[in-house]
Design a protein around this ligand. Sequence first.
Ligand code: AMP
Ligand code: TRP
Length: 346
Amino acid sequence: MADERPIIFSGIQPTGRKTLGNYSGGFRQYVQTQEAGEAFFCIVDLHSISVEYDPADLRSSTLDLAALLFATGLDADRSTVFCQSHVTAHGEAAWLLSAVASYGQLGRMTQFKEKAAAHEFVSAALFTYPVLMAGDILLYQTDLVPIGDDQRQHLELTRDVAQRFNHRFGETFRLPDGQFPSVGGRIMDLQDPTSKMSTTLSSEQGAVYILDSPDAIRRKFKSAVTDSGRDVRYDPAVKPGVSNLLEIMSVATGETIDALTRRFADAGYGELKEAVGESVVELLSPIRERFEALRADERELQRLLAVGAEKARRASEPTLEQMYDRMGFAKPEAGRFFGAARPRGL
Ligand code: AMP
Ligand code: TRP
């Protein structure tokens, strides 16, 4: 297998407006990894129903996200970009894998605990969410999963689930590794630099959105919370605000944190905030323009997603088939599990 190109898989939710954190831990890495192997990027709409949502919004945010994935540089000829609900194997895999996912481990997931605390109604889907994610990854025999730091625990669970399945039913899944950015794996909230910048939990001023106007971006950085003292240095434990700003600028410009620290050594916090804001405006403006052009053509987006779904169906089918088989289900008459219950022509 040494000469095979690695299989890369990642998923991103179509809810909320995507943030600079998503750009750093998500989009930016997707574009880098699509060059390195056979890449699948999945708009995980089935995950989005685990918290309260509006069905009309889900439809339009799915197309928003497709446009944003292409606007940040994914190439439909090179990568498979598709929608999770278009490939029924994902829902099926989640159920099968729930037999080898541990209830106790699911209850220990930080994201579950945080989201459960933030919502009045806690759905069963919020609890089983990581099992669906494990299925996403394992169905493609994935080698590498580009994600931000907040997804480490879910990837660990995926590996545990895969190992338990392999042990109990025979070697079926490859064990995936995470790929985390060396800088910008966890972008923090501008108003509260001890919490992560989040689509759902951050305030309007605390989160920078990829599609924010240049003025909004400048304003948010101007009012970013910094730390006591005056010196500019990278030390997240003592100086979370300044360290976050340095990381953001490093993501936006590609300069190292060391170089930036030297450059701003004698500058005040005001000057640093302004420079970081400008660098983010420069990073995001071309993306916003490409997004607007792509989003205007819904038919083309739908077409690209249909092509992606077809490729994803073909790629995931053999593994799903094997899962049913190894788990001992009686084969349907036609001899294949996948799609067996669906009448022809539908
Ligand atoms: P989501 O929007 O939750 O589907 O997340 C999509 C990707 O963005 C995942 O790989 C996350 O790890 C990543 N991500 C989300 N928030 C941040 C953040 N504040 N910093 C870095 N990466 C993030
Ligand atoms: N849980 C991930 C998040 O919230 C999204 C996701 C779903 C994912 N399935 C995945 C990420 C598979 C990587 C691989 O960000």
